[in-house]
Design a binder for this molecule. Structure first.
Ligand code: ZN
Ligand code: ZN
Length: 254
């Protein structure tokens, strides 16, 4: 599995792109950045998008990708997967023919560019040889993280945006090889983090102590660029091996 980080930032600036993780050029975990990062050719390789939650910084790329498929006259369909409240929000608040055209109906009929697929937490989906399972996480709105398992049972878990939780780690109950986890705020903003469903380095340490087997690799995502220096030094002080803050565009092999 090759994971390209298209964006891992908790806010958008010219060199800080929003959450998007591209697996083997075809499967996207979150869609904060697509068209601002990928060439047209690479955009057209995307087949499926798994969305963690409906916040704009995780779905912003979807409408612009659909538009590029239409204008490029490409015969492509992109499948969007998520839990029911997220699919409902995308349909009713984004692709509602007010904020953006409804690309689940354009072009008309079977050939529509976007298809929305509802997932149940805990139910595996087979896609491109991988098994993908959604697990509920704590955030300000309904949200899931995704466990992606290779045929050789290597496992990635991408949390999306998440605050402190016991349940998720109990429910996953298998060894995670590679964990991508939210740390949005520095330690001094712990109450803000808890209120908005995010982690600080201190809250991260408590979270990791709840995981039965420590993941071999831990990558931190969604830091606010305004606080990233403080967050990086607070993460360093945790002295956890194989843990680091993602730095924008990079690739992870699993
Ligand atoms: Zn969010
Ligand atoms: Zn976010």
């Amino acid at each position: 599995m090759k994971i390209k980080v298209l964006g891992s930032s908790g806010a958008e600036f010219p060199k800080s792109h929003l959450s998007s993780f591209l697996i083997d050029d075809k499967i996207l975990l979150d869609a904060g950045s697509i068209t601002d990062v990928l060439s047209e050719k690479d955009q057209m390789k995307i087949k499926s998008i798994f969305v963690t939650h409906a916040h704009l910084d995780h779905i912003k790329g979807i409408p612009f990708l659909a538009d590029n498929i239409l204008i490029g006259k490409k015969k492509r369909r992109v499948d969007i997967f998520s839990i029911v409240p997220v699919i409902k929000a995308i349909k009713e608040s984004l692709l509602n023919d007010v904020l953006w055209p409804d690309f689940t109906k354009i072009p008309r009929g079977l050939g529509s560019i976007l298809r929305l697929n509802k997932l149940k937490p805990g139910e595996p989906v087979k896609i491109e040889g991988y098994c993908v399972i959604a697990f509920k996480v704590n955030h300000a709105v309904p949200a899931v993280g995704y466990l992606v398992e290779t045929p050789k049972k290597k496992r990635l878990f991408y949390s999306g945006d998440t605050g402190p939780t016991d349940r998720t780690w109990e429910e996953i109950a298998v060894k995670i090889d590679c964990l991508i986890l939210d740390v949005t705020f520095p330690n001094k903003m712990e109450s803000e983090a808890k209120r908005t469903g995010h982690l600080t380095p201190g809250l991260l340490r408590k979270e990791l102590s709840r995981i039965r087997t420590m993941p071999e690799r831990i990558y931190i995502t969604h830091a606010k660029p305004q606080y990233s220096k403080t967050i990086a030094s607070e993460l360093k002080r945790l002295k956890i091996n194989h843990l680091r803050l993602l730095q924008g565009r990079e690739s992870i092999e699993l």
